[in-house]
Design a protein. Structure first.
Ligand code: M6R
Length: 609
């Protein structure tokens, strides 16, 4: 949830730290801070607001100097958004300085103990408790003090620590919150995400849970919190700079919406042969037998990923003919879920770091499920925890509102369902027909994107309305949920998504004159039923915006506005019907003057419960 960047080397580090922090700002952005070791003393500058506010403050105070330092952008958990609560936190007595991502769950009892020993706290954060604890245990060896402190701690952490008494030494550690270590030439870096490292080095390794790394300019030593040495696997980071830059677009969300044809082609590349009706998913090959015999599929996710999983449920039932459910990971992990033999759990996640999804996956694995991942970030915690999986390959997603990852998730789930279906019931020609349609989707999305100006005009008509409905049935019921989520998270308009048939069981009472109701009304099994639901809304004064199939001119008689999408098989349609909804949400946020890529109260990756 928070962005972490730290550096030790020979260069003046203020600007390179800030540059890295800007790349991570999507992870959290309510306050920011920096600390360097300046002439043997730790110097901290911090402020509420964005990295830009920190830059202003640094200019006011004449900047910080030093060749070792750390910086942080925060998404508040414990303690409000105030400057004292911003990171870094220090223990002045020992000269310890620390930044942290995660939650120290036993911070209250540790704080009481530390107060009894005379420590005085200036913030309400759990992080300051950890800084003081390390200070309390410090006896001239920072690495040992960090290890000892972490043995006392419960909760999640990705931390970087330095100490005035050990110039040129940074110590980082991780449990639950991701940290990457960048290995440079005469310099080392730590960041919560590889995108902050890539302009300095492409050689990096991920810290594992309960691991600690001690870094100097010249080298590093990795161990566990019990001081058992470990040898990390240094790998090449495969991030292209252009994929994390705006490249002419106004916002990352806009760029990522428009990137969908290209990202989807990447998702598909080499993964099926249309003429043979064959799906090739190398990541599943080792478990082909178990998957063919699967008796039940449980898909787990949160937010947008859950909506993709809900579509996955229809795909599994229709194409693989296997009973399937999709669940909030946060609910699943605390139920007493029954996992029978033959259960396959699929974690759906862009980041591969969502705390609830990770925990739910572990729960399913502990109960005997085979664990698959449908994940974007290569090498993420979840990707490493699963038994098998299929990467999305949509490239880094920076916009907090997930767009291209959703389409990638639905695409991968459809390929997995076809892959399983072919091994169970589906014939080559049936599969080939579907694959032919799948292959065309990037071009269809291009056609929808070409109608962007019309979508903006329609959005303008309704942008001042405070309550919207999104309604769909079957495959496009989850699309309705996703459309509503997109609108609310970036434009702060109240939006409800639901199955269209549910309206008359209560929510129809909400309809009043001029209320926008977006119907996903493409051709499909329940088209006529959706038409009836549209009539019900119109009869009560609602204004209908229909997402409809090209050629369906008659729908103009039932809707104030129509946004057309190409005619494709219903099972694949959410990959196209979502696109106008993404663009509507984007335009609504821009028209209302909101910061599209950094919506209030949100962060890209939710690594706390
Ligand atoms: O990284 P994940 O896909 O696991 O994230 C899950 C949700 O937090 C995420 O989809 C969230 O709902 C997005 N902000 C939606 O746009």
């Amino acid at each position: 949830m928070c962005g972490i960047v730290a550096y030790v080397g020979t260069k003046q580090c203020q600007n390179l730290l800030l540059e890295g922090l800007k790349r991570l700002e999507y992870r959290g952005y309510d306050s920011a801070g920096i600390a360097t070791l300046e002439n043997g003393r730790i110097r901290v500058v911090k402020t509420v607001g964005r990295v830009a506010n920190l830059e202003d403050k640094l200019e006011e105070v004449g900047g910080v100097t030093g060749t070792m330092g750390m910086c942080h952008t925060r998404w508040a958990t414990h303690g409000g958004v105030t400057t004292p609560n911003a990171h870094p936190h220090t223990d002045d007595k020992s000269g310890i300085c620390l930044i942290h991502n995660g939650i120290i769950e036993n911070y209250a009892s540790l704080k009481t103990l530390l107060e009894e020993k005379g420590h005085r706290f200036v913030s309400q954060t759990d992080t300051e408790v950890l800084a003081m604890l390390i200070g309390e245990l410090y006896e001239g060896d920072l690495e040992a003090a960090v290890q000892a402190a972490l043995r006392e701690v419960t909760g999640a952490y990705g931390i970087v620590v330095m100490c005035e008494k050990e110039p040129g030494v940074l110590v980082a550690a991780r449990k639950g919150s991701p940290l990457m270590v960048g290995v440079g030439d005469g310099e080392h870096l730590v960041a919560s995400d590889g995108s902050a490292l890539i302009s300095h080095t492409s050689r990096a390794f991920a810290l594992e849970d309960y691991q600690v790394v001690k870094l100097t300019a010249e080298g590093f030593r990795t161990s566990t919190i019990h001081n058992v040495p470990v040898t990390p696997k240094v790998q090449q980071l495969e991030i292209e700079l252009e994929s994390i830059e705006l490249g002419g677009y106004s916002h990352f969300m806009q760029k990522e919406i428009f990137e969908q044809p290209k990202s989807l082609r990447n998702t598909f590349r080499g993964r099926f042969v249309v003429e043979e009706g064959r799906v090739i998913l190398g990541g599943l090959a080792d478990h082909a037998k178990d998957l063919t015999k699967a008796r039940r599929v449980v898909m787990l996710g949160q937010g947008t990923a859950l909506h993709a999983a809900m579509i996955g449920r229809y795909l599994m039932e229709d194409l693989a003919k296997v009973p399937a459910v999709a669940e909030f990971a946060s609910e699943f992990r605390y139920r007493n879920p029954i996992i029978e033999e033959g259960t396959v759990a699929i974690a759906v996640s862009q980041s591969g770091e969502t705390a609830d999804t990770l925990a739910a996956l572990s729960e399913a694995q502990d109960r005997g499920a085979l664990a698959l991942g449908v994940i974007n970030v290569v090498g993420s915690t979840m990707a490493r925890q699963t038994d098998a999986g299929v990467y999305l390959r949509v490239g880094p997603e920076i916009g907090v509102a997930s767009t291209k990852a959703f389409v990638g998730q639905v695409a991968v789930l459809s390929m997995i369902a076809m892959w399983m279906g072919r091994r169970r019931y589906m014939g080559a020609s049936e599969c080939g027909d579907l694959l032919r349609a799948l292959e065309q989707i990037p071009s269809h999305i291009e056609r929808i994107l070409a109608t962007d100006a019309q979508i903006r005009r329609v959005t303008e008509k309704y942008v001042d309305r405070e309550n919207w409905l999104f309604l769909g049935r079957g495959y496009n019921y989850p699309t309705a949920l996703e459309g509503a989520l997109k609108l609310k998270e970036i434009s702060y308009i109240h939006a409800e998504g639901m199955p269209a048939a549910e309206m008359k069981h209560g929510p129809i009472a909400l309809i009043n004159e001029g209320m926008p109701a977006v119907f996903i009304a493409n051709k499909g099994r329940q088209y006529e039923k959706v038409m009836s639901n549209i009539q019900e809304v119109r009869a009560r004064g609602g204004h209908v915006i229909a997402v409809a199939t090209e050629g369906d001119e008659s729908i103009r008689n039932y809707a104030e506005d129509v946004l057309f999408v190409p005619d494709i098989p219903e099972a694949l349609s959410p990959m196209t019907t979502i696109v106008p909804l993404q663009l509507m949400a984007y335009h609504a946020a821009v028209l209302r003057g909101h910061d599209v890529d950094k919506p209030r109260n949100l962060a890209k990756s939710v690594t706390v419960e």
